[in-house]
Design a protein around this ligand. Structure first.
Ligand SMILES: Cc1cc2nc3c(=O)[nH]c(=O)nc-3n(C[C@H](O)[C@H](O)[C@H](O)COP(=O)(O)O)c2cc1C
Length: 358
């Protein structure tokens, strides 16, 4: 398909990532390894290795394996609260990974400096505008806003609201990528029209042919409806938990039981709040591995976003990406047509009032 609108509308994103398309496959622990990551990058998108809490040597090996399978850019996602976080920074620096993505919490200025000094561009998740401004001052090169429709650990605000807060002329200095609840190219076009530099998807790529997730994990995604991907709840503030969105199964009940058990121990003083939080997080690491790798879809964690509604069949990565690109291009063309104007620079003017149209 010949692209008329997209190359101009997401130019900021493709220039930044060095890709044909400004579509990222967000890191997914246990899922985003060299096969999926290289397939995404080879298909014109941007793949991201999930550092999770991998032993550092394994992460270095995964980077080398990815390099052996693609010459295109990719990144490494590091979780700031993971016990191996500091050694992951060391690996990213040593392996000269071109893009570092910090997740989990806000990285320190020192963390950002360290990877930038090694030549990496830095992307960070920004939960609120004030923090985004601080991250920009600290040298972050691009931001990701992720709404709570997304799979995995989530914040409290919907993607549509974050997009309005961040994109309507508030953050103009650096690219902003939008994630959470995106399943179609048409939706990508809408966020681009608001000013996004590109989009990040996770859930839809789980059912890619190249994804190494267990066939039962993929089947659970294909069977699920949007309403099946629910966030966990926190029972009491004395044991804070970050909500995790996953397809509801027996594992959800296991998590709830563990939370109640730990809560009782924290309240009675048998365990500190911090110890309780660590145990809760360990549940997710083990449970996600059991589901993704071993195929235990009853008791493992089926982390998935509401966009699971669009993960309907197993497809090669390239086909998924082409579908997304075609949908986005069609939607931008429709917007331009509906607007009744010849669009010189490829932007639908009614949707981006601040931008000059040549
Ligand atoms: C199974 C699974 C595991 C994930 N693991 C991580 C992770 O390790 N680090 C991270 O930053 N985001 C993680 N995410 C979030 C994705 O990178 C991505 O931002 C999210 O899936 C986008 O929303 P979507 O699920 O609606 O496509 C995970 C998501 C899923 C579904």
């Amino acid at each position: 398909m010949e692209l008329h609108y997209l190359p101009k509308v997401w130019k900021q994103g493709t220039d930044f990532l060095g890709t044909r398309y400004a579509i990222l496959c967000g890191a997914m622990t246990w899922v985003s390894e060299s096969h999926l990551v290289s397939a995404i990058s080879n298909a014109g998108g941007f793949g991201v290795i999930a550092g999770g809490n991998m032993p550092p040597e394994m992460l270095a090996e995964e980077i080398r394996k990815t390099r052996a399978k693609t010459d295109f850019p990719f990144g490494v996602n590091m979780i700031t609260v993971a016990p191996n976080f500091r050694s992951h920074i060391g690996v990213v620096v040593r392996e000269k990974v071109p893009f570092a993505i910090f997740a989990g919490s806000i990285p320190s200025g020192k963390d950002i400096e360290q990877v930038k000094a090694a030549g990496a561009k830095v992307l960070c998740f920004a939960p609120v505008l004030a923090l985004a401004k601080r991250l920009i001052k600290q040298g972050v090169d691009a931001l990701i806003i992720e709404g709570n429709e997304a799979g995995g650990h989530i914040g409290p605000v919907a993607t549509s609201v974050l997009a309005q807060e961040f994109l309507l002329n508030h953050i103009t200095e650096i690219p902003v990528f939008v994630a959470g609840g995106i399943g179609t190219g048409e939706m990508i076009a809408q966020y681009l029209a608001l000013g996004a530099a590109g989009a990040q998807l996770g859930t839809r790529f789980v059912v890619a042919e190249e994804c190494i997730a267990h066939p039962r994990f993929k089947e659970a995604f294909i069977r699920a409806h949007a309403r099946d991907a629910m966030p966990t709840t926190q029972f009491d503030p004395s044991l804070p938990t970050i909500p995790v969105r996953a397809i509801v199964n027996e594992g959800t009940q296991d998590f709830n039981r563990l939370q109640l058990e730990l809560l009782t121990k924290v309240k009675s003083g048998e365990m500190t709040k911090e110890e309780g939080q660590v145990k809760l997080e360990e549940f997710w690491v083990g449970a996600l591995r059991r589901a993704v790798i071993d195929g235990d879809i009853e008791h493992g964690s089926l982390m998935a976003g509401q966009s699971v509604a669009f993960a309907k069949k197993i497809q090669p990565v390239a086909e998924i990406i082409e579908e997304l690109v075609a949908g986005a291009e069609r939607n931008l063309a429709e917007m331009a047509k509906g607007n009744g104007s010849e669009v010189g620079n490829g932007l639908p003017p009614a949707f981006r009032p601040g931008l000059p149209i040549n």
